[in-house]
Write a protein that binds this ligand. Structure first.
Ligand code: C2E
Ligand code: MG
Ligand code: MG
Ligand code: MG
Length: 288
């Protein structure tokens, strides 16, 4: 796995730096420059289907190759870009890059291409009138069928209702899939499933971390797969790092898994898909 790990060395910088007065303002200005100088990259992480081991979907994740700081994690700059509004421009660039990549896979791989690409969308993007129109324009430009795109939104981004939920309904009308990200860590998880159009539940890594121990998280993970199936939603387990976790999730009925065990996010789009081949043996071990 060494080669795979080398592709995802984004790290957090020190909390001291984070908290220093003015740091966010400075970073905000640097994001503007970084957009102009093409310092952002999109990396791709496979979402694997059990028991086949096929890469059913891919999540696009943004990276910042900062000339001085090195690879900066989105955890550090996405919130800053949200606050100064640059997430709108950055987000549109990420969306366009990811949709064009997905269209390329479809052209080059045909039936072997993943079913969809998943793109993270922030609260600020969802709150804009016209976001759905932007998405419609981007997928049209890429020549991508709408169901081949999923937008990942957090519970927090849609909790307050308003324009965010209007936008999600517009996206749903286009045929774009909606994934609730980090599910179970936000405000009012289950109620949201009635008020927001959702196709995919992404069960948060925190439930996966302790899945192999008999405890609350395992019980919740089991309940969530039942809720998903009962409501006709797809469920993706996030942050699967070990074979034991994959086996436990498979036993509970999870069919879509994402995590370092299957593949790290990587810049090379074809390498992101080739991990499926590497995991065939893992998949065989999961078969009954
Ligand atoms: P997320 O959308 O929940 O993405 C999953 C995060 O978990 C990614 O971190 C991914 O690299 C990491 N991950 C995947 N598998 C494993 C695993 O097995 N173990 C561990 N420890 N981590 C795993 P990343 O790329 O650093 O992104 C962090 C968060 O930043 C994302 O969480 C998302 O909320 C946000 N983000 C990333 N890219 C974008 C983007 O393009 N737009 C927006 N708005 N937000 C983004
Ligand atoms: Mg996500
Ligand atoms: Mg997530
Ligand atoms: Mg998460």
């Amino acid at each position: 796995y060494a080669a795979k790990q080398a592709g995802d060395t984004a790290r957090r910088w020190s909390p001291a730096l984070d908290e220093r007065a003015g740091e966010h303002t400075r970073l905000g200005g640097e994001i503007r420059l970084a957009l102009d100088h093409g310092q952002f990259r999109v990396v791709y992480q496979p979402i694997v289907e059990l028991p086949s081991g096929r890469v059913a979907a891919v999540e696009a994740l943004v990276r910042w190759e900062h000339p001085q700081r090195g690879l900066v994690s989105p955890v550090d700059f996405v919130p800053v870009a949200e606050r100064n509004g640059l997430i709108v421009e950055l987000g549109e660039w990420i969306l366009r890059t990811a949709c064009h990549q997905m269209a390329t896979w479809r052209r080059e791989l045909g039936e072997q291409a993943p079913d969809r690409i998943s793109v993270n969308v922030s609260a600020r993007q969802l709150a804009r009138h016209g976001f759905a129109a932007t998405v419609a324009a981007v997928i049209a430009e890429a020549g991508l069928p709408a169901p081949c795109l999923a937008v990942e939104v957090t519970e927090t981004a849609v909790f307050e209702g308003g324009q965010a939920v209007v936008t999600l309904n517009e996206l749903r009308d286009l045929g774009v899939r909606i994934a609730l990200d980090d599910f179970g860590t936000g405000h009012s998880s289950l109620n949201l499933l009635q008020t927001v159009p959702v196709d995919i539940l992404k069960v948060d890594k925190s439930f996966v971390d302790t899945i192999t121990e008999a405890g609350r998280h395992a019980v919740i993970a089991e309940a969530l797969i039942q809720v998903s199936h009962g409501l006709g939603l797809a469920a993706v387990a996030e942050g699967v790092e070990t074979a034991a976790q994959a086996e436990a999730l498979h036993r509970l009925g999870y069919r879509l898994l994402q995590g370092y065990y299957f593949g790290r996010p990587v810049a090379d789009p074809n390498f992101a898909l080739s991990t499926a081949v590497a995991t065939q043996d893992h998949m065989r071990a999961l078969r009954p």
